[in-house]
Design a binder for this molecule. Structure first.
Ligand SMILES: Nc1ccn([C@@H]2O[C@H](COP(=O)(O)OP(=O)(O)OP(=O)(O)O)[C@@H](O)[C@H]2O)c(=O)n1
Ligand SMILES: C[C@](O)(CO)[C@H](O)COP(=O)(O)O
Length: 396
């Protein structure tokens, strides 16, 4: 295929009256599996590299709702376009806005179809190599009845060759723009989709089989169905916790490593590695949470590779083990026990360093310190001890 430019036009200017309830936003802004319906649709197009630009048509009252949907706006998103009173009019206004820098192809999509897949989008794009227009659609699977006005059956229709139209519906941009402009000029405002308008204009339109899950959210029931579908794809996670404890004796030296931070001190810590007991305790807490033994098993003191090693290596390895198994660290909590050095002045630096090693927000890392009231080996200043707890979410 020669190099072509392709844009997506997502129409989101409807009022969603069939799905509305008092106090609810229009359906395209309703929350679905943690983010607005419209955000799902935008993300699907963003996942297709051939789509270079995405324009969204919105209702003039929805500017704030729209801004909330695109806080993490993908780079290919254009400024929103204000829509019209019907879907057809909203599409026409969107096409006019895109014509300032016209793409070769345009894929028109309902914001109300959040479960569209990048494969379906790609399928419609591919069909445009050989056709002026192409739409995602699904063969009719149920028997069709025509009804009398009183709700009784008049007759049964053949479903042979019948398809249900979905979106995206893709077209050569210049052709669909001209068709929409002509329909408006002729006073034709009754097209419920762009493929019907394209057929009226004499364009050849191909059907691209698309799954049932690309359904349009029309009612609250549809919204609940979409929520269930998305939630059922998520792995079930369970909470696991682990604890760790470590001690290192003081020896001659001029600094100690505590929680990944070098602290000047009148002693050092005796160890095969750098002796960072807090990081060792945290490593054990993570390994404990995922049932993968302890630090000594993975980094034996007998192994010369770990002589003088920086302990962030051990902690990062444990975090990687959590991630490799599909897990996520929720929070870690560290308690450091010593008379000296004083930990308070270094607490923020330690929190920051641990957060950095684990790739966590600093709010998920807690660092506490205490003396042992001059009791025991820490009280006598013979060594430094650390206790840690970690919580992780793991696939069940
Ligand atoms: N004036 C309009 C009407 C509809 N749409 C968009 O067209 C898509 C399909 O329309 P539909 O499901 O009929 O949405 P609504 O018109 O919002 O719903 P309702 O008819 O229940 O009010 C939706 O993404 C809707 O936001 C639009 O951009 N402009
Ligand atoms: C365009 C469309 O999604 C194709 O099925 C549909 O026609 C739009 O919804 P409406 O309820 O007809 O406005």
């Amino acid at each position: 295929m020669p190099l072509v430019t392709a844009a997506a036009l997502i129409v989101a200017a409807g009022r969603g009256s069939r799905a509305s309830g008092s106090g609810l936003p229009p359906k395209q802004y309703a929350p679905l599996a943690g983010r607005p319906v419209l955000t799902h649709a935008i993300a699907a197009f963003h996942a297709v590299p051939e789509i270079q630009r995405i324009a969204v048509v919105i209702h003039p009252d929805d500017a704030e709702l729209y801004a909330d949907c695109v806080r993490l706006a993908p780079d290919r998103l254009l400024a929103p376009v204000i829509g019209g009173a019907t879907r057809q009019e909203s599409v026409r206004l969107g096409l006019e806005a895109l014509s300032a820098d016209a793409p070769d192809l345009v894929l028109i999509h309902d914001a109300a179809r959040p479960l569209v897949s990048p494969d379906t989008i790609q399928g419609v794009l591919d069909a445009l190599r050989n056709h002026e227009g192409a739409l995602a659609a699904q063969p009719v699977a149920d028997t069709l009845k025509r009804a009398h006005g009183d709700g009784t059956v008049s007759d049964t229709l053949s479903r042979n060759g019948l398809w249900q139209a979905q979106t995206p519906q893709g077209f050569r941009f210049a052709l669909i723009r001209a068709a929409h402009a002509r329909a408006a000029a002729d006073g034709r405002d009754d097209f419920t989709d762009d493929a019907a308008l394209a057929e009226w204009a004499g364009l050849g339109v191909a059907l691209v089989a698309s799954p049932r899950r690309n359904f349009k959210i029309t009612t609250q029931e549809d919204l609940a169905m979409a929520e269930n579908l998305l939630r059922s794809n998520e792995p079930r996670l369970e909470t696991r916790t682990g604890t760790g404890f470590d001690v290192h004796a003081f020896c001659e030296g001029d600094h100690v490593w505590v929680g990944g931070v070098r602290i000047a001190h009148d002693k050092g810590l005796s160890a095969h590695s750098d002796g960072d007991a807090p990081l060792h305790a945290l490593t054990d807490a993570l390994l404990g949470a995922i049932g993968e033994g302890d630090i000594g098993q993975h980094f034996p003191p007998s192994d010369p590779r770990w002589k003088g090693a920086a302990s962030h290596i051990f902690l990062a390895d444990a975090a990687q083990r959590v991630a490799t198994r599909g897990g996520r660290i929720v929070n870690v909590d560290l308690t450091i026990l010593c008379e000296t050095p004083r930990i308070g002045p270094h607490r923020d630096a330690i929190r920051g360093r641990v957060a950095e090693i684990l790739g966590l927000d600093v709010a998920r890392v807690s660092v506490k310190a205490t003396t042992t009231e001059r009791l025991g080996f820490t009280g006598r200043g013979e060594g430094l001890a650390a206790m840690a707890a970690a919580t992780v979410l793991m696939p069940a």
